[in-house]
Each structure stands twice: as structure tokens, then as C-alpha cells.
Design a protein around this ligand. Structure first.
Ligand code: SF4
Ligand code: FES
Length: 248
């Protein structure tokens, strides 16, 4: 396939970026999107030009590192996959593909297509954990009975890989889907009940501090989420937040 890539290039966080055009040839349908960018970068390096910086790690849909707004959609045109799982067979010979970083005030661009998502880490640090007394009397987690429905819903929430597509998809750049997944995975389990009140209050406070927008129930986050995280988690977090606020 012959393609035309329009890619956002930005030297650093303080520079003004712009779209640059790169023609590319010899792209196979079986290549992943990131392999296609590797081919582009090999060519740029050969010509003595700076390669395009983009985030990646596992390249198998697990780590949440890869991002990319592809033709206006986080993780591209396919559903329930990450950019690293997107294959070039989804595109046609002669296509123009527009590639941008995830756009949000709370995700500043580091360079080119790489954004700083440490705001997510700070939300996690604010309450996305449980404390367990390991003095010797700890009950084995597997010995605590949990309703199947709750275990499944918690497991589904825990599937969030923290990629940030939900924020990039949202017209308000809201992080409610991410934060609610991280709150829900504990709220549904007995182990998470102990710190439930301060967890939800602290995580929501941190989310607001980071500059993410509010949720207006448009649902774009759920559509673009590669892990199928449900809007039900946002409803659950709102209930948890209300209960925690009333407690004090
Ligand atoms: S909720 Fe979905 S889109 Fe948002 S960070 Fe988690 S996995 Fe990514
Ligand atoms: S590189 Fe790990 S999810 Fe894409």
C-alpha cells in the first residue's frame, strides 16, 4: 500500500507544533499500525531526519502505553482494541491518515505524538489502592466469599489499562470513565470497603485538580474504550461519591 501520513510534529512541550506530510510506500496489510510507524521512522533515520516520537511498550494491548488519535478517533477506526492491535488492513491503498496525539489540557504533549499521562498516576496515588495488615493474621483474599456478579463487575472494571482514550474521546476531556473504573474495582469488593469513603473523595478531588473536564453523559468514552469499560462505573462512582460526601 501507498499512503500519505499527516503527522503532528512538536519539538517539546513549549514549542508550537504543526502537521507534517509524509508519503510512505510498501506497507503490508498484516503490519500493525505501530510497525507502519517503525517503517516510517527507519526511512527518516536513513535520511538523517528526526524520527517521530510515539509511546509504546507491550504491543499486545495490555500496558496502555500506546495512544494516538487516528483520523480523529482514539486508537483508530476499530473497536475494543488499542493502537498497537490495529492492523493496516483496516486502511486502503492511497488513503491519507491523520495522526495526532491525545488532546487534553491534563495530557500535555512531551514531543510529537507522546503525551504526559502522569495525571492518571496521581489520581491512582490519591486512593487507587487497599491497605492490608500483613502482621500474620491476614485472611487469604481467596477465602473471602464474593458474589459472582460483584466479582465479575470488579474484574471488568480492573481491565482498564489507563490508556487515556476516554479522555481523548470526550468533548470535555473528562477522566470520569478512568477514575470510576479505578474506584469501582475496589468498591465492589469487601477488601475495598475499609477505605471506600476517603478513596472516592480523594480520587475525585485529584481528578478535578489535574484539570480534567466534567462528564455530560455523551458516552464517547465508552465507545472508544479499548477495554469496554462501561458507563455503569461512572454511575457507581457518583453513588459512592454522594454516600461519602454525606458521611462527611
Ligand atoms: S477507561 Fe478505557 S479508555 Fe479510559 S483509560 Fe481505561 S482502558 Fe483507557
Ligand atoms: S503498546 Fe501496550 S497497549 Fe499498546
Amino acid at each position: 500500500m501507498k499512503l500519505t501520513l499527516k503527522i503532528w510534529r512538536q519539538k517539546d512541550a513549549n514549542s508550537k507544533g504543526s502537521m507534517q506530510t509524509y508519503p510512505i510506500d510498501g506497507i503490508d496489510g498484516d503490519m500493525s499500525f505501530l510497525e507502519m510507524l517503525d517503517v516510517l521512522n527507519d526511512g527518516l533515520i536513513e535520511k538523517g531526519e528526526e524520527p517521530v516520537v510515539f509511546d509504546h511498550d507491550c504491543r499486545e494491548g495490555i500496558c496502555g502505553s500506546c495512544s494516538l488519535q487516528i483520523n480523529g478517533e482514539p486508537h483508530g477506526p476499530d473497536r475494543l482494541i488499542t493502537t498497537c492491535q490495529l492492523h493496516m488492513r483496516k486502511f486502503n491503498d492511497g488513503d491519507t491518515i491523520v495522526i495526532e496525539p491525545f488532546r487534553a489540557k491534563a495530557f500535555p504533549v512531551i514531543k510529537d505524538l507522546m503525551v504526559d499521562r502522569s495525571s492518571f498516576d496521581r489520581i491512582q496515588h490519591a486512593g487507587g489502592f487497599i491497605s492490608v495488615n500483613t502482621s500474620g493474621n491476614t485472611i487469604d483474599a481467596n477465602a473471602i466469599p464474593i458474589e459472582k456478579e460483584d466479582a465479575d463487575a470488579s474484574f471488568n472494571a480492573a481491565a482498564c489499562i489507563g490508556c487515556g482514550a476516554c479522555v481523548a474521546a470526550c468533548k470535555n476531556a473528562s477522566a470520569m470513565l478512568f477514575t470510576s473504573a479505578k474506584v469501582s474495582q475496589f468498591a465492589l469488593l469487601p477488601q475495598g470497603k475499609v477505605e471506600a469513603t476517603r478513596r472516592v473523595l480523594n480520587m475525585v478531588e485529584q481528578m478535578d485538580k489535574e484539570g480534567f473536564g466534567n462528564c455530560t453523559n455523551t458516552g464517547a468514552c465508552e465507545v472508544e474504550c479499548p477495554k469496554g469499560i462501561s458507563l455503569e462505573n461512572i454511575a457507581r462512582m457518583n453513588r459512592e461519591y454522594l454516600a461519602a460526601s454525606l458521611k462527611g
